[in-house]
Design a protein around this ligand. Structure first.
Ligand SMILES: Cc1cc2nc3c(=O)[nH]c(=O)nc-3n(C[C@H](O)[C@H](O)[C@H](O)COP(=O)(O)O)c2cc1C
Ligand SMILES: [Fe+2]
Ligand SMILES: [Fe+2]
Length: 395
């Protein structure tokens, strides 16, 4: 779909198939948009980013009375195939189109699409399209090393690539058009997108925010999700907060990763949920594998405390819980106040595996308790005592 942003800038918005997993991993039952932008100067027209394989912007161009032949310049902010897969076909139709991108992107462009003649931008290099100027702003490692933003100084618009993006398909295009339901959707879908996609690069996000803050920003147009024009500061501050969760401080909340085959571990987890409620502590319980690691990442990323509850399985931790913890570690989750408990029957072993993982993640471990079956009074007392310390940490 094509939408007007200013008199000479258009949004080409493509909706990802909700049945697919984004990046082959993340469920998107509420969708995600892929945003590209057409900037029409008095002399030249530039397309900023493209779309996944099998799709094109022919219809959007037609809406403007244009064809691919009318695009003079292709700017690629980031080479990830959600924004470039369709180029395989596009380059067959426009083999000689000038491409502007970073040095890293230029090598990826060869590896992926055998296009060898890209123009490698210099930081803050300008390109005059005739009355409209593009400035290329490197934003390395947000989300890949190749990433940059493109800024239009005449309008104060930053095309920020994956930075400031979100999951979630909305009817609205701009922040000031959002309905209450859309706002509610984006509350969680922005954080889930951040935790799933951007989290490991949080230090680079903070640098990118510094770089963006040096520009006069009237509008932020990311490559996924809503465009921000009324409250640019809101999304910048939100992203800053999300990036800050990497090293802390974080929200005074508890996330519990809960796996249970037959309900023994869950029974004790339910008692802890009640205790948290009584103490007025905010706790998110995410069932693994049932609810999915994507949602665990979202909640755990913002939370100061991580409780892991999982039974023993082949003398070690329930495998899906191990996978979930490994994923948290890879996404840069570290330093949380944490505890473990879980049911076993003859050997135990989950607690030891948790301790090894927790050490790798520099978690601040209160206790790790394997118990047999439903646990003795003494086992349960140990779990409750550890949980009291977790609650104290989020008070
Ligand atoms: C496939 C499988 C492997 C298991 N391996 C172990 C084990 O190595 N050591 C042990 O103490 N218990 C083991 N157990 C027993 C469970 O830990 C025990 O049934 C526990 O109460 C399950 O907790 P849950 O009800 O929360 O799923 C295993 C159970 C299953 C189904
Ligand atoms: Fe990306
Ligand atoms: Fe993307």
């Amino acid at each position: 779909m094509k939408y007007s942003i200013t008199k000479n800038i258009s949004l080409f918005r493509y909706q990802y198939d909700k049945k697919k997993l984004f990046e082959g991993a993340w469920p998107i039952k509420d969708g995600v948009s892929v945003n590209a932008y057409l900037v029409q100067g008095n002399e030249k027209t530039a397309l900023i980013d493209y779309v996944e394989e099998g799709a094109s912007f022919d219809e959007e161009l037609k809406d403007l009375g244009l064809t691919v032949e009318d695009i003079d310049i292709l700017v690629l902010n980031h080479m990830e195939p959600d924004h470039t897969g369709g180029l395989r076909d596009f380059f067959k139709r426009r083999p000689d189109i000038p491409v502007y991108c970073t040095k890293v992107a230029s090598t990826e462009l060869i590896s992926l699409y055998d296009k060898k003649d890209a123009h490698v931008i210099k930081p803050m290099e300008e390109l005059d399209l005739g009355g409209t100027t593009l400035t290329f702003v490197p934003l390395p490692n947000v989300h890949w090393p190749d990433t940059m933003g493109t800024y239009v100084k005449e309008e104060g618009i930053l095309f920020s690539c994956d930075a400031f993006g979100a999951f979630g398909e909305t009817k609205s295009v701009f922040d000031d058009e959002m309905t209450d339901d859309e706002r509610k959707l984006l509350e969680t879908e922005t954080e889930r997108y951040y935790a799933n996609i951007v989290a490991p690069f949080s230090n680079f996000v903070l640098k990118a925010i510094d770089a963006a803050s040096a520009l006069e920003l009237k509008m932020i147009c990311p490559s996924h999700g809503i465009l921000w024009r009324k409250d640019v500061k809101f999304i910048v501050d939100w992203y800053k907060r999300l990036a800050t969760y990497f090293a802390g401080p974080r929200e005074k909340e508890i996330t519990m990763l809960l796996s249970s085959m037959y309900g023994n571990t869950k029974a004790l987890a339910d008692e802890l949920v009640k205790k948290a409620e009584e103490a007025g502590a905010k706790m998110h319980v995410v069932r693994i594998p049932d609810d999915g690691v994507s949602f665990l990442l979202e909640k755990a990323w913002r939370s100061e405390a991580l409780v892991v509850a999982a039974p023993t399985y082949e003398k070690a931790m329930f495998p899906e819980a191990v996978y979930a913890m490994d994923l948290l570690a890879r996404k840069g989750l570290k330093g949380r106040k944490s505890m473990f408990f879980g049911s076993s029957l003859w050997s135990g072993g989950a607690a030891n595996e948790y301790k090894a993982l927790a050490e790798k993640m520099a978690l601040d471990v209160v206790d790790a308790i394997d118990y047999r079956g439903v646990g003795t009074e003494a086992d349960r007392a140990k779990v409750f005592a550890a949980f009291d310390q977790i609650i104290a940490a989020v008070k």
